[in-house]
Design a protein around this ligand. Sequence first.
Ligand code: CP3
Length: 343
Amino acid sequence: MTEKTILRALKGEILPAPPIWMMRQAGRYLPEYRATRAQAGDFLTLCYTPDLAAEVTLQPIRRFGFDAAILFADILLLPQALGADLWFTAGEGPRLSTIATLRDVDGLKPVAAIHETLAPVYETVRILARELPAETTLIGFAGAPWTVATYMIAGRGTPDQAPAHALKAADRTTFQALIDRITEGTIEYLSMQVQAGAEVVKLFDSWAGSLRGQDFQDFAVEPARRIIAALKARHPGLPVIAFPREGGAGYIGFARATGADCVALDNSVTPEWGAANVQTDGCVQGNLDPAHMVTGGVALDGAVRHVVRAFSKGPHIFNLGHGITPDADPENVARMIAVVRGG
Ligand code: CP3
């Protein structure tokens, strides 16, 4: 059997058409997702019910034939496994208990205890490893420590991550202890996903763009480097995708500095810039503006061809620059895939 296309691109191969998957490909824009979510009752129950989480992971594969499936879970399950309270309020996004002091960090559960909570996620991975088509790559994931810390400190999503920046400035010891605890938890969490059958893992650093100067080195680059080094020591050859979203100039050299096999680009950079500055180090993933999944039409076709052409001289996995939004039209997703594959 020939190797899966995503794995070939991650090794640096330039394919006739880039393989494709999509961030948040299992999500509210799909009626079948909304139906399964309603069956589960709420989002966290969906995440922790292996049959249903596997079902929603498979839905976009059945409907569109993406080249990769991403495990259905959430980056905030790890903080919950570390002992944070976590709940989702309709229309408002996630809420968590907050971390403010070193005692709060010390009060978190030891890293070895996370598997108790996360066992259903590993079961979802095992189901998927059995049920996915032979050509589809299974991607596991976790949040990167900085992004996870921003939610644990603020207790919610914030536009500017101000509470996390404030703790970092006021009490570096507590902040670093939290980053270290999340880093160690992430290594164990992703390692178990790999043992259960994930073939690639991705680190989502959604708020990397608010880290400036040395902070970007210390809290985006360094934790990713530690996580990737530990995972590759345990699982030789494991490909890792890193997504320091809105990293800007920080994207340059990120793969070399962290050991990532692929850097995912958001759509704040042009594909030409990404090709010239990031793809020079290896595979890149990205970076179509997710708004095209809402608007479609000839503009969609043109934008897809632009991304494909700009990255055609190096290894590339086609994706959006960020997650697809609930108001997207599934027809536009099908059209994007057809154009990427040469339609
Ligand atoms: O991409 C996929 O299809 C896999 C599953 C996945 C989800 N979240 C499912 C989800 C992945 C990889 C994530 C990552 C995630 N979660 C990130 C990093 C990526 C990014 O988007 O920047 C972050 C920051 C979170 C935290 C989170 N989870 C937020 C802020 C929200 C609420 C915002 C929203 O879109 O409603 C979630 C909820 C969430 N995670 C949903 C899904 C499908 C929507 C929940 C629902 O069904 O109501």
